[in-house]
Design a protein around this ligand. Structure first.
Ligand SMILES: Nc1ncnc2c1ncn2[C@@H]1O[C@H](COP(=O)(O)OP(=O)(O)O)[C@@H](O)[C@H]1O
Ligand SMILES: [Mg+2]
Length: 300
């Protein structure tokens, strides 16, 4: 029986981005047309200055285009107000950064709980979901550590847990392994791909490292703000531990994360096997009111 066609999650039409500094004009993106499907793992590759981060920022609604449009689902994010965009990002998108961008005064648990506050989850659900996610990235024992007490690889795993904890439709990662060594890079890439595959989430990774393309379904190459190649290929790494990319070490990791728990769904009750001792309360001054519905994004 034929499978139904995957949905288009992102649509970009005639996107152009020009930066002006004084009299200087930099054409960061010339004219980009692009469609990305649900569940696709995409790498955007290119040398430094080719426009990768600019494209990612446009796709994620972090910057406004000079011309053209970007849709996520049915929502034209390139036309949303800043407030609406912020809400949209909190509801539907996840972000992973090169320098992790964790809150330095917060524990791993608090960092991972944070996006759930913006989604209006109760304190106990936040705690359960964040612990579950930390367990999924193999950091249950570090729940009460602060970023400075963790290695770069561990911090990025907290970053991954934070990005996936709300089960976003699309996860954006700009040079997520840029500060990591080769072995840790492979662990982090596998973890992101495995999580994304599990719930058919779309993952868009910007990198200057062509080797990371091995993890992707699709590789989009940029040169001077233009897409010069866009190749979909048979996936080399499929998110399971039975394929070429996994080493013995990784298998050990996989076992640890096998008794994990499902990636929590913030819209359903989360059942955890075991809870650790009671974590500290999250700061009360960052509690937000219930989220508001965004019109026009019903496809998401
Ligand atoms: N905020 C900005 N102001 C001015 N120029 C920018 C800005 N951001 C990026 N650029 C320029 O746009 C081009 C593309 O940059 P960028 O998207 O950061 O490239 P990459 O991520 O591939 O290294 C570069 O020439 C860069 O100098
Ligand atoms: Mg960049």
């Amino acid at each position: 029986m034929e499978k139904s066609q995957p949905k288009k999650v992102i649509r970009v039409k005639d996107l152009r981005k020009i930066y002006r500094i004084g009299d200087e004009r930099v054409v960061a993106l010339a004219k980009i047309n692009l469609e990305i499907l649900q569940g696709q793992i995409c790498c955007i590759v290119g040398t430094s200055g080719s426009g990768k981060s600019t494209l990612l920022n446009q796709l994620a609604g972090l910057e406004k285009p000079t011309k053209g449009s970007v849709f996520i689902g049915r929502t034209k994010i390139s036309s949303l107000s800043e407030n609406r965009l912020a809400e949209f990002r909190q509801r539907h998108l996840g972000f992973i950064f090169q320098s992790y961008n964790l809150m330095p005064t917060m524990t791993a648990l608090e960092n991972v709980s944070l996006p759930l506050i913006f989604k209006g989850a109760s304190r106990s659900r936040r705690k359960k979901a964040a612990l579950s996610m930390l367990s999924a990235v193999g950091l249950k024992k570090r729940a009460f550590h602060k970023p400075t007490q963790m290695s770069g690889g561990q911090q990025q795993r907290v970053g991954i847990a934070r990005a996936f904890v709300t089960r976003p439709k699309v996860i954006f990662a700009d040079e997520p392994t840029g500060n990591l060594d080769t072995k840790t890079t492979s662990e982090v890439m596998k973890m992101m791909v495995r999580f994304a595959r599990k719930h058919r989430q779309t993952l868009i990774i910007v990198t200057h490292d062509p080797e990371l393309a091995d993890y992707a379904d699709r590789v989009i190459t940029l040169i001077d703000g233009n897409i010069t190649s866009d190749v979909s290929h048979t996936t080399i790494y499929d998110g399971t531990e039975n394929c070429d990319k996994s080493s013995t070490d990784d298998k050990k990791d996989a076992v640890e994360s096998e008794d994990l728990i499902e990636i929590p769904d913030s819209d359903s009750d989360i059942v955890l096997p075991k809870l650790m001792e009671d974590p500290p309360a999250l700061p009360s001054d960052i509690d937000l009111p219930e989220e508001t519905e965004i019109k026009g994004d019903s496809s998401l």
